[in-house]
Design a protein around this ligand. Sequence first.
Ligand code: SAM
Length: 413
Amino acid sequence: MSLLGTWTVSLAATAASAYALDAVAAAAGASLVAVGLLDGVAQEWVMVFLVASYAIWAVGLRTNLRANGALLAATGTSTNVLSKAAFDVTRRRARRGSTARLAAAVAYAGTEVAKETPYYLAAFGAAAATDAITSTDALVFLAGANLAAAGYEYGLGRLTGAFLRHRYASFETDWVPQRYLADYYAAIEPDEIATIAFLVSSLRSAPRDEPVLFFGVGPTMHHVFAAAEIASEIHLGDYLPANLAEIQRWISRAPGAHDWRPFVYYTLQCEGVARPTDDEVAHREDLARRKITQLLQVDAMHARPIDRLYSTVISPYCADSATDNLVTWRRLMRNITGLVGPGGLFITAALHRCSGYTVGGRRFPSANVDESDFEAALRRDFDASIEVCATGQDATHGYGSVVLCQARRHAVT
Ligand SMILES: C[S@@+](CC[C@H](N)C(=O)[O-])C[C@H]1O[C@@H](n2cnc3c(N)ncnc32)[C@H](O)[C@@H]1O
């Protein structure tokens, strides 16, 4: 969905939701007064009832705030435009996605609290205007409205959650690193046969003895081994702490950490070693372990995800595998390539013309990009070499080819 599209949908959803909530809450408040359930109850106890209704409302609202955060992260839309604005602004500035979700929640809750004012004015205004309505009736009205609002917020949150589950899985709630490793890295599949060979070949022109950044590395190490010899140090960045924790487990040789040795073996073969020995494989693993100096939590939605530039940035299957939206993909690419210094090398890969891939039975989004999208995204600042490689994995993973790209940023003149 385009940026304009996300705002249009959010505006429409905000209007519809505000209208529905007001209708439900006002009707419930008025009904509770009309049925006279609390007639004769002392005002102090009605006050206690009102306070309890706020607590119940907060519980309902919490469900909706969580769902709204997931909706914003997955689609860029919200049922509250102020919440969307807070999310968008904060996500550009803050380095952690959780900060943006917190800002979205504060804006959402703030709007809901502010919307209480007309209810108070209406309830106590009516009590002041006519003897037929007492101040206790006003309190009962407010409590009834709160209870209905609690149900509404809870229902909207559950509905939003169901919509998201039906659509695409979310990295925040559905990504399981171990499932990704089991589904894609139990063996070297055709896409990785092509990608690792491409990576080894592209890195022949990379500057030596400089830090290398892997952006969106996931819980994986299979691309990292190719850079171990040339890099002075290796920095691994990903959005999810759980992915970085899985890498840390491999670094620390924790029991049950993923076995990357077949990938190291293949990397060495791509480098020209016909039959790598166990010692050679172990040596490359150790070299990679020594060169990894930083595990970074990064967010490609941020305009400057890391406060420095690199002469080599490697980001396979990150931007394209993080969104189903072409406009968002361009933005992610802009932010990731922004980390490549003048004259630096950018190496990337993407699923070719694919709208989603499955991890642990859940479908994650893919940006449906092809070679022309890469050309357009990189043309201004890079000299790019792009190829499409058939992998025939339609049946197993939902894509039949991958885009492989290496690009050199123009040097400053
Ligand atoms: C399909 S995985 C690819 C992982 C690895 N590069 C590979 O080739 O297997 C996509 C990765 O993108 C990461 N990701 C999703 N959204 C991101 C964001 N906004 N910023 C940085 N990484 C993100 C996910 O955490 C996940 O590790």
